[in-house]
Design a protein around this ligand. Structure first.
Ligand code: FAD
Ligand code: MG
Length: 352
């Protein structure tokens, strides 16, 4: 086995240990047709229920994931994102799907006041968290990289149907906090177009449910207890036709001199966010939006995230604080059930 394959397997095993969300089965439904592959730096599992041409659909789904990874990955030198990062400030032709992802990213960066930022590539490349080369950069390196993170300077244009983008010289994109969601949305559209009525898409931390669960009615997703063995959950989401996305500091991190450095960066400091939250889950029809909002809410932290959520009544979210409180939005009340009663549950905005 090559060194790279071994490294991928080690990463995969580590990620499996830290999966933040998992499907709870309760029997009664037909067995799905399943494909499992290592894609997007994580384990990807597609499950189709009651689908006549499941093998063909699963193969098409995997091809779609690979084609989008080839456009969006910072690690693939020929991807649109890697070419933009290397363009030195020049206009670069990109695929329509990359343009769409960049537009969505800019809108979500605006919506979250920059807590989600697509332009942190220079900073995340310094830390390299999630890789064997993870390290603590110097203050000077971080200050230098932060000069090139003003996402409002990203330009997009369309000419004769062709899409182009330009970054300021020195800026690097990293769409790791939204691209998995975008891939899930593309899969959902493909399955819908092909008449797949029930499916589950699991992109390691992003779960997407198509239609009803196999036993009829809502699907059930367990929300991982932060810092506890995999499979221990503190609550359950029950819903149909939604994306459930979780972000937390316990998924990808490294330790140096007794300090833990996790992978969600505060764009204001260029360092792992000091959040006061140990887990954030967002439930939304749109997986890219859920993915980006989840990361942004984690960055906002235990004080600012509830304020943001109270202002925006349309986001369904479940937050867990470091001091073991569970905060949910009123819109999440119908679909969330707390199973660990040692945690204190409150509804954001109630009693104010
Ligand atoms: P999220 O919270 O959704 O995202 C965190 C990630 O987003 C961080 O790892 C960082 O990359 C970035 N980020 C950090 N802070 C912010 C912020 N404030 N705003 C915006 N973005 C932020 N992993 C590998 O190990 N090897 C690979 O080859 C690899 N290829 C990938 C290719 C693609 C197309 C995608 C989408 C992901 C890939 N990954 C790879 C995984 C990736 O590095 C992240 O670990 C993953 O997307 C993070 O998802 P999450 O749900 O854990 O966390
Ligand atoms: Mg995210």
């Amino acid at each position: 086995m090559t060194k790279r394959a071994l490294c991928l397997l080690a990463t995969a095993a580590a990620l499996l240990c830290f999966a933040a969300l998992f499907v709870l089965r309760s029997g009664g439904g037909a067995e799905p047709a399943v494909s499992e592959n290592f894609r997007l730096g994580t384990f990807v599992r597609l499950s189709l229920y009651g689908c006549g041409n499941a093998d063909e659909e699963l193969a098409k789904g995997d091809e779609l994931i690979k084609s989008l990874e080839n456009l969006f990955s910072v690690n693939i030198p020929t991807s649109d994102i890697a070419r933009l990062n290397a363009a030195g400030g020049a206009w670069t032709r990109i695929d329509a799907r990359t343009a769409e992802l960049l537009e969505a990213s800019l809108a979500l960066a605006e919506l979250t006041g920059g807590a989600f930022s697509p332009a942190l590539g220079g900073v995340t490349a310094l830390w390299r968290i999630g890789t064997p080369e993870a390290r603590v950069p110097s203050d000077g390196e971080i200050a230098e990289a932060l000069k090139y993170t003003d996402y409002s300077k990203i330009e997009l244009r369309v000419e004769d149907g062709a899409h182009f983008a330009r970054l300021p010289r020195g800026m690097r994109l990293d769409l790791g906090a939204i691209a998995k969601g975008c891939v899930a949305d593309a899969l959902k559209s493909r399955f819908a177009a092909d008449g797949v009525r029930r499916a589950m898409i699991d992109l390691g931390g992003n779960l997407d449910f198509v239609g009803e669960s196999p036993r009829g009615g809502p699907w059930r997703a367990g929300l991982q207890q932060p810092e506890r063995p995999r499979g221990e959950y503190f609550g359950i989401i029950e819903a149909e036709d939604v994306s459930v996305v979780t972000s937390g500091p316990y998924e990808r991190y490294f330790e140096k001199d007794g300090v833990r450095y996790h992978h969600i960066i505060d764009p204001a400091t260029g360092r792992p966010a000091r959040s006061g939250l140990s887990s954030v889950t967002v439930i939304d029809a749109n997986s890219a939006r859920a993915d980006a909002l989840c990361t942004a809410l984690f960055v906002m932290g235990s004080r600012r995230a509830p304020e943001f959520l109270a202002r925006r009544g349309d986001v369904r979210a479940v937050l867990v604080t470091d001091d073991k409180r569970v905060l949910i939005t009123p819109s999440a009340e119908k679909i969330f059930r707390l199973t660990d009663e040692s945690l204190a549950l409150s509804v954001i905005g109630a009693g104010e």
